[in-house]
Structure formats: structure tokens, C-alpha cells
Design a protein around this ligand. Structure first.
Ligand code: ADP
Ligand code: TPW
Length: 578
């Protein structure tokens, strides 16, 4: 198909029947469901599909590597509750996108990875086709659902299944396999029109059972030291007002997980973030709202959770999440908006948390906040993580609409703790896997979806995973400022090769790398800063300009720790040589 033929591709056959084809119906199915943006990378067999998408008014954002296109789609899905769309070529393109699909599924973000695929007859007999791969079966273990559309008549239904699977219940990644032949198939246009439809109520409300609501309220009534824990499921649910009402009407202190920061502003008086260890250890009843008791919460047991047994209430849409690690006293299964609304009806009967509990938390918060303020106020030279993050905290406070993307080890851990968020769904980070490489993909997805300035705070190692997408940022002239915390290596830049050989140590990079020059190669603005004052000036200017920029922030290469706050997860053995 050539460029000029798109508009006229409704061809006529001998009987003058208008025909349409798979290319058009795929685009029609996306449009019918308001899926207006494709993040992808072209090649056989999807190049014409992507061209057609653009010709038909969809936005096509082309990437340099499929993993980042997939990450952009995933974060778009998280922000909108509509599946983000990623489109790739077969075998290698599909596999590059698969990491993002798996990551989306693990994080409960809705997305659809659509990949073209080669001739099934040849693939199934392993006869050596171009980019041969059994993609459907390769995808299955790593996503929520995987489908292939074999016949043009099924395109409408195929998309409906993919959309529903992605967004209903616990959201996740869906793989949709489109064989090259499908795109070329034709059918009468009038019949085709009837086969495409808008999915009705793709995210149905799931109302919790009354007895489960009563059980949850009973646990709260019996609690002396209650705590609410907000996870990214709570942010995703877009029940912001209900959640705020529940917290404020109950008076219960709350802790946001990383991506739930900003659901209520981090300076809210009931936030217990500055007393995190204290409240986790001391609370006697904990209500989880869209948060799993996985490694990020020490599996709900052990030292983190203190000596005395806790009663957990768990609000989640996924029934078998309950009891994953410890017994849940009151499971509340349904969508968060509905569950919280039901709880609100009975919340006035729940006694307010005791004055002692609130006073103990306030005392701890005040002490920890004062300690942190002291650390942040120190003018370290060379600049360290704290000096740089103090500035980022202040700039974000002045620009609360900014999307903040964050990855790295120390860069992630300190930024999460230091930089306050003021609005929901503004913080996007390494999430459930602690994955590196989401930086530019999430930043592009967030900037394209919201149209708002986006700041990516990146460890230098973390940035390297997706750094080539700076060209994408510049090509689409996106309002993204990337701040690279450059300390010359993975974690730190100080390791030495114990043999004295020419190779540097496994964690070490080129010293004083000029990441700021990379963006200049594509027409963006590069800044090189070595002090908090320079960082503040550069970041303020870059956000106001709303244009692609990269700030190379030189950080003391001795600052930080191995694996950030996860040092203890590195295996060690008594047999290791000292
Ligand atoms: P965090 O990492 O912030 O602790 P998790 O990703 O572990 O959060 O947990 C998110 C949880 O939220 C998942 O168990 C998921 O099933 C749940 N969830 C997602 N969306 C909804 C929703 N709309 N209603 C109820 N639960 C939801
Ligand atoms: C896909 C392992 C965890 S954190 C990290 C790596 C490589 C980089 C830390 O260095 P950085 O940060 O970014 O310079 P900082 O602030 O400490 O200086 N591959 C993948 N995911 C993970 N998590 C890793 C490797 C890792």
C-alpha cells in the first residue's frame, strides 16, 4: 500500500462491492474505543499500519527501542484507566516490547502490546520465516491475557477482548498478535462496519459485599492504633475525593507507598511518612488500600512490623491477593471507589484514633523531620544526593503539576523520601520490580498523555538504559527535563579492579561523562551543574521553557550506598573471602 492509497483503499470488486481491509479495521477498532495514541516502532509488517494510524488522526509516537515504547504505553494506561497501546514488529521487536508488557502486568498497569507476526504455517513448522517466532505462546506467561486475531471478521471482537482483559478487575498487560496476513485480508465494508464497536462499560464497578464492609468497620472500631496504607492501586482507581474523605473523616494517620505519594498532598497533617518505621511497627490495625504485602512492605511480617500481631484490612479488586503473605482479618473485595464509599457510610461510628497514638506519631515525625532538615541544609562540596534533592524538592513544590519520573538506587530511595508530591498520579518510578530502564519511556508517556512538564530524576546507570530516547524527546519537542545524577557508576563510582588490571571495576563508568552533550546532538538544551544553586537555576529555567533539556548534575562519586536502601538483599556467604 502506498501513501496515496490510504484514503481510497476501499476498493471495488467486479460486483462493485466496497471492500475494506485489516489495516483499516484495526485503526477503526482503536478509534471506536477512544484509543488515540500509539507508542511504537515501525518495520515489517506494521509500517503501513502506523502510517495509516497517523493519516486517520491517531497520534503515533515512534521510539528508538520497543521497551521504551511499551513503558510509555504502560504509564499512559496507569494515568488514564484506558489501555496504553504499544505497537511493534515481529520476533525481536515483540521481545523488546515484552519486558515492558511484563513490567506493566506486575505493576497492574493496563496496556496492550500489539505485534505483527510472521506466517503461522511457516512458524508452526519452524521452516525458518523472516522473524519467525511463536509470539502468542511466548507472551502468555508474562501477561494477563494473550490473543491472536486470525480472521478480519474478528478484529472488533479481538480488540474488545483485549481491552476488557487489560482494564477490568486487576489491570494488566495484554498481548494481541496480528499476523501480517490479517492486515491484508479484505471484506465488504458495510459488514466490516458492523463488526467494529465500542466496548460498553469496560471498567465495571465492583461493589463490595455488605458483610465484608461491616467486618472491616468492626476491625477499625476495635483498633487502638490504626493506620491506612495507600498503594498505587489507590492512585490508579481515581477515587481521590472518596479516599481523602475517608482519611479526614476517620482521622486515621496514613502512609503512601511510593507512587501513591500526592494522592493526598505529602504535607497533609495526617501523613505519617516521616514516621514510617514507627507506625509500621506500632500500629495494631492496618488498612491496605490498593497495596500488596510484597517485598516493598516486608511481606507484612518480621522486624518492620513490630512485635505485636496486627489486624489487616485489605481493599483490593483481586480476591486471591488476600492472605498472600499473612492472614487478612477483613478482606474487602471490590473497586476502591465503591469500597471506600461503602466504608464512608459507616465511618462516623468508628471512634477517632486515640490522642496518645496521634501524639506519639507527631513526636516521631517532628524529630525525624528536624534531623532530615539538618542533613538537607548541609552544603556539601562536591554536591551530594541530599543537596541536589533539596533543590528538586523546592522546585517541585513551586511546580506541583510537574510529572516526576524517578529511577536509580540511591537516586530513587532518597528522592522518594525527600521530594514531596502534591497531586495524584504525578510520581512514576521503578515500581514493583525495582526495574531500571523506565525513565525515558515513562517520561515520554507522561508528557504525551498529560501535556504537562515532566522531570525525570535519574541515576546515571538508570539513565543509560533508555538514554537514546532523548532523540525521541527532541523529535516530538516534549517538555521533558532529564536530571542525571552523575556519580560515575552503578551506585557509586569509586570501586577499583582488585587485580590492578586495565578493566575498570564492574560498577564503574567513564569518569565525568558529559550526558548534557548527548541531548545537544538532537537539538535539546544541555546543562552541566556542580552545585545546588546551579541545579536550581537550570531546573527552574528548563521547566519554564517547556522544551527538551538534560541537566548533568555532578554528584560526589563517594556518596550513596551499594544498592541504595536494599543493601541487605545482596546475597552474602560466610565462605566469601574478605
Ligand atoms: P504499591 O506498590 O503501591 O504498594 P501494588 O502494586 O503492590 O501497590 O498494589 C496495587 C494493588 O491495587 C493490586 O493488588 C491491585 O489488584 C489493586 N488495584 C488496582 N486497581 C484497583 C482498583 N480499581 N480497585 C481495587 N484494587 C485495585
Ligand atoms: C533491568 C539492577 C538496581 S539499581 C541500578 C541497577 C543497575 C543502578 C544504580 O545506579 P544509578 O543510581 O542509577 O547510577 P545511584 O543513585 O545509586 O547512583 N537491570 C534492571 N533492573 C535493575 N534493577 C538492575 C539491573 C540495578
Amino acid at each position: 500500500m502506498t501513501r496515496n492509497s490510504y484514503k481510497n483503499s476501499m476498493t471495488t470488486d467486479n460486483q462493485n462491492t466496497q471492500l475494506t481491509d485489516g489495516f483499516h479495521l484495526v485503526i477503526d477498532a482503536l478509534k471506536a474505543n477512544d484509543l488515540d495514541t500509539i507508542f511504537g516502532l515501525v518495520g515489517i509488517p506494521i509500517t503501513d499500519l502506523c502510517r495509516l494510524a497517523q493519516a486517520e488522526g491517531l497520534r503515533f509516537i515512534g521510539f528508538r527501542h520497543e521497551q521504551h515504547a511499551g513503558n510509555a504505553a504502560a504509564i499512559a494506561g496507569y494515568m488514564t484507566q484506558k489501555p496504553g497501546i504499544c505497537m511493534t514488529v515481529s520476533a525481536p521487536g515483540f521481545l523488546n516490547g515484552l519486558t515492558a508488557l511484563a513490567n506493566a502486568t506486575v505493576n497492574c498497569f493496563p496496556m496492550i502490546l500489539i505485534s505483527g507476526s510472521s506466517e503461522r504455517e511457516i512458524v508452526d513448522l519452524q521452516q525458518g520465516d523472516y522473524e519467525e517466532m511463536d509470539q502468542l505462546n511466548a507472551a502468555k506467561p508474562y501477561c494477563k491475557a494473550a490473543y491472536r486475531i486470525n480472521h478480519i471478521e474478528d478484529i472488533g471482537i479481538g480488540f474488545a477482548r483485549a481491552i476488557r482483559a487489560a482494564v477490568s478487575g486487576r489491570p494488566g498487560g495484554v498481548y494481541l498478535d496480528l499476523p501480517a496476513q490479517l492486515l491484508a485480508q479484505t471484506m465488504p465494508a458495510d459488514e466490516a462496519k458492523k463488526s467494529i464497536f465500542k466496548v460498553i462499560d469496560p471498567v465495571p464497578r465492583q461493589i463490595p459485599a455488605a458483610d465484608a464492609v461491616a467486618r472491616a468497620l468492626d476491625v477499625l472500631k476495635g483498633a487502638k492504633r490504626p493506620l491506612i496504607l495507600l498503594g498505587k492501586g489507590a492512585a490508579y482507581a481515581q477515587a481521590d475525593k472518596e479516599i481523602r474523605d475517608l482519611i479526614e473523616k476517620s482521622g486515621i494517620p496514613y502512609l503512601p507507598m511510593s507512587m501513591a505519594k500526592g494522592l493526598l498532598p505529602d504535607n497533609h497533617p495526617q501523613s505519617a511518612s516521616a514516621a514510617r518505621s514507627f507506625v509500621l511497627a506500632e500500629a495494631d490495625a492496618v488498612m491496605l488500600v490498593g497495596a500488596r504485602l510484597n517485598w516493598l512492605l516486608a511481606h507484612g511480617k518480621g522486624k518492620t512490623w513490630g512485635k505485636d500481631p496486627k489486624k489487616f484490612i485489605q481493599i483490593d479488586i483481586q480476591a486471591n491477593e488476600v492472605d498472600s503473605n499473612v492472614q487478612i482479618a477483613a478482606p474487602l473485595i471490590g473497586d476502591i471507589g465503591s469500597c471506600v464509599s461503602e466504608l464512608l457510610k459507616g465511618i462516623s461510628a468508628v471512634p477517632k484514633p486515640s490522642a496518645e497514638w496521634i501524639a506519639a506519631i507527631t513526636d516521631k515525625k517532628d524529630k525525624n523531620t528536624a534531623k532530615m532538615a539538618e542533613t538537607l541544609a548541609k552544603e556539601a562540596n562536591p554536591m551530594n544526593f541530599h543537596g541536589a534533592l533539596r533543590v528538586i524538592r523546592d522546585v517541585i513544590k513551586k511546580n506541583p503539576d510537574v510529572n516526576l519520573v524517578n529511577e536509580g538506587a540511591n537516586t530513587l530511595d532518597y528522592c522518594r523520601a525527600i521530594v514531596d508530591m502534591y497531586k495524584p498520579r504525578k510520581r512514576f518510578d521503578s515500581g514493583t520490580w525495582g526495574i531500571m530502564g523506565i525513565g525515558m519511556g515513562y517520561a515520554i508517556g507522561a508528557a504525551v498523555t498529560s501535556g504537562l512538564p515532566t522531570v525525570a530524576v535519574e541515576g546515571d546507570s538508570a539513565f543509560g538504559f533508555s538514554g537514546m530516547e532523548l532523540e525521541t524527546v527532541c523529535r516530538y519537542n516534549l517538555p521533558i527535563t532529564t536530571v542525571v545524577f552523575n556519580n560515575n557508576g552503578v551506585y557509586r563510582g569509586t570501586d577499583v579492579n582488585p587485580t590492578g588490571g586495565a578493566d575498570v571495576a564492574p560498577t564503574v563508568f567513564v569518569k565525568d561523562a558529559r550526558y548534557d552533550k548527548m541531548i545537544e546532538a538532537f537539538g535539546g538544551v544541555g546543562y552541566y551543574v556542580t552545585t545546588p544553586a546551579e541545579l536550581e537555576a537550570a531546573l527552574t529555567e528548563a521547566i519554564a521553557a517547556g522544551k527538551p533539556a538534560l541537566i548533568n548534575a555532578v554528584i560526589d562519586e563517594t556518596a550513596g550506598t551499594e544498592s541504595g536502601r536494599l543493601t541487605n538483599l545482596n546475597p552474602s556467604t560466610a565462605a566469601a573471602k574478605k
